[in-house]
Design a protein around this ligand. Structure first.
Ligand SMILES: Cc1cc2nc3c(=O)[nH]c(=O)nc-3n(C[C@H](O)[C@H](O)[C@H](O)COP(=O)(O)O)c2cc1C
Length: 362
């Protein structure tokens, strides 16, 4: 049942609800954690989610997806993450950190790709495509080591684990897809080879951080088909991954959703299908949106966890209030989420709530 306690690698979770990675755009510079960010996570933790996955943190200063995201490329960041761990644990909430290399979407360094860039890419990736450089295999090993070193710093900080960012067009997602990875060496070709950078990273993190450290991956479960995504899932599981968070991959792949699951989008349907193929837990992400849908997923055993990003961005207490049957501020589903520009400050759901509170004198 979605509101029942559960365990993840020995950690007690208050429920099966996950606050997924959400970058707080504009809240710091130079990879700093920042007080504002810590305060944000304190509120998220108090709000009742069972597990927090902290926003994408860069493993390399030249591979940031935005200059205002946090970083974990040096020991100087350990202190900030110690504070984050302390804040979440004080509320009884385990916290993992998403770690990322922005690849072709880097805004701080050279755009990097596994191999020749496909004409299918769009947006920021397409603009960078012409400048993107193919990685040499020695560079790939170095990037694996950057992920492993980042995880070790987080372990030292008391963070419960990491989520590798293998989705949304960032570097690892480009390796995973046969459309964006045409390498001829051991990092390209077969599913096993395309997954190698990830499975190597998982093994290196496990060797450095030990058996209790949670290692997860967010990736496109339909990369580019459900069958391909399921093969990747097994490879991740076999290499020691503890939890899968299903999203979209390098090119935002989507699969048709059968009538039976018509209330869900392609991403959530993909999570349901991947769950059937693995024995590690699976998080359904992306427009789960309502507690009714979360219950269909979790209470019905279709996935292990349901993630809610924008519900919690609109109202930090959404989980608690929903469990208690209370009204909460509602996400207004802006065409592009305003948290992508100035986070909290531009969110109309927040502003509406502030006006309501001011009018009622609360
Ligand atoms: C402002 C913003 C920042 C995000 N940052 C990340 C991120 O750092 N890593 C990631 O994997 N997804 C990121 N996402 C995607 C969310 O984790 C989530 O998958 C998405 O909002 C869909 O879930 P929802 O319908 O519950 O909001 C971000 C989303 C938003 C709105």
């Amino acid at each position: 049942m979605i509101f029942e306690k559960c365990r993840l690698k020995g950690r007690l979770l208050k429920n099966h609800i996950v606050f997924p990675a959400v970058v707080c755009f504009g809240w710091s510079a130079h990879g700093e954690m920042s007080e504002r960010r810590l305060e944000h996570y304190r509120k998220v933790a108090k709000g009742g989610a069972g597990l927090i996955i902290s926003e994408a943190s860069a493993v390399n200063p030249e591979a940031m997806l935005t200059e205002s995201q946090p970083g974990i490329w040096s020991d100087s960041f350990i202190e900030g993450y110690e504070k984050l761990a302390g804040i979440c644990h004080a509320e009884g909430v385990p916290v993992t950190v998403q770690i990322n290399h922005a690849g072709i979407k880097s805004v701080t360094g050279e755009p990097l790709v596994p191999g020749p860039v496909s004409s299918d890419i769009s947006g920021r990736a397409k603009r960078a495509g012409g400048r993107a450089r193919e990685l040499a295999s020695s560079e790939i090993t170095a990037i694996e080591d950057q992920f492993a070193a980042a995880a070790l710093r987080l372990k030292k900080a008391g963070i419960d684990g990491v989520e590798l960012h293998g989705a949304h067009g960032f570097l690892l997602s480009y390796f995973l897809s046969p459309v964006t990875n045409k390498r001829g060496d051991e990092y390209g070709g077969s599913a096993e080879n395309r997954a190698r950078i990830v499975t190597d990273i998982i093994k290196k993190i496990r060797a450095g951080c030990g058996g209790e450290f949670i290692i997860g991956i967010r990736y496109g479960g339909a990369t580019p088909s459900l069958e391909d995504g399921a093969v990747l899932a097994k490879l991740f599981e076999d290499s020691g991954c503890d939890i899968l968070d299903i999203s979209t991959g390098a090119l935002g792949e989507a699969v048709p959703v059968p009538e039976k699951y018509v209330e869900f989008n392609s991403c959530v349907y993909t999570a349901i299908e991947i769950k059937k193929r693995v024995s590690i837990p699976v998080i359904a992400s992306n427009s789960v949106g309502t507690i009714e849908k979360g219950k269909i997923l979790v209470d019905g055993g279709l996935t292990d966890f349901a993630a809610y990003a924008r519900n919690i961005l609109a109202d930090y207490d959404w989980v608690k209030k929903t469990e208690q049957g209370k009204e909460s501020a509602r996400c207004l589903h802006c065409r592009s989420c305003r948290w992508f520009t100035r986070a909290f400050d531009d969110c109309p759901a927040r502003k509406r709530e502030q006006r309501r509170a001011a009018a009622s004198g609360n």
